[in-house]
Design a protein around this ligand. Sequence first.
Ligand SMILES: O=c1ccn([C@@H]2O[C@H](COP(=O)(O)O)[C@@H](O)[C@H]2O)c(=O)[nH]1
Length: 233
Amino acid sequence: MSTASPLIIALDYASLDAALCMADRLDPSRCRLKVGKELFTRSGPDVIEALHGRGFEVFLDLKFHDIPNTVAGAVQAAAEQGVWMVNVHAGGGRRMMEAARERLDRRGLTMHLIAVTVLTSMEEADLAEVGISATPAEQVERLALLARDSGMDGVVSSAWEARRLKELCGADFLKVTPGIRPGFAAAGDQRRVMSPADAMSAGSTHLVVGRPVTRAEEPMEALAAIEAELAAG
Ligand SMILES: O=c1ccn([C@@H]2O[C@H](COP(=O)(O)O)[C@@H](O)[C@H]2O)c(=O)[nH]1
């Protein structure tokens, strides 16, 4: 089932059972689901099949970063499992991203293919430590333009960069933003955070929300509070 909701709930769980327990409380008309490294490493493609069986569209957040041929093969495998969206690291470079795009196009596979720019857990000092002497905003812009020119459908960034990315890359370019924190949630390990309503006003097209819902005492109430905030604008 496709949904008009911008919400993507991150199922960061250590077992398939725990992830499906949460999925069974959610409604595919109200959100999409994200499967990341922990859950996929534990459960493999079974989790994708189980979520599809429950009617959810799935963002497979494995952030592929490898040589072009390897990434193209991984992206093809994701598309053949029918996932709605997959991502690669823009830092893998133009040839890597182009190889992924070409592989999908040549096989007639349709799936959103996006690139991670700068992780929302990073700030300027973290970039400096890995040898990047730019602010997160500058680095996101640089990688987003490279991603667009390499055939990506959009990027993962924080919502702080969404407004500028809309100006640079247009409204149709997907701006998938984790680090979403409603007023009631702690930032935790995230650094570049924003509230759901502010993120949408800034130009995010999709909001990735994990712990504020999945670790809430009442996950459905937390989700409803986020939906109410979005509806109020
Ligand atoms: O830059 C990034 C890229 C991916 N993520 C993922 O999003 C969720 C966020 O979860 P929260 O619990 O809401 O912090 C998580 O699965 C990350 O792997 C990200 O946070 N930042």
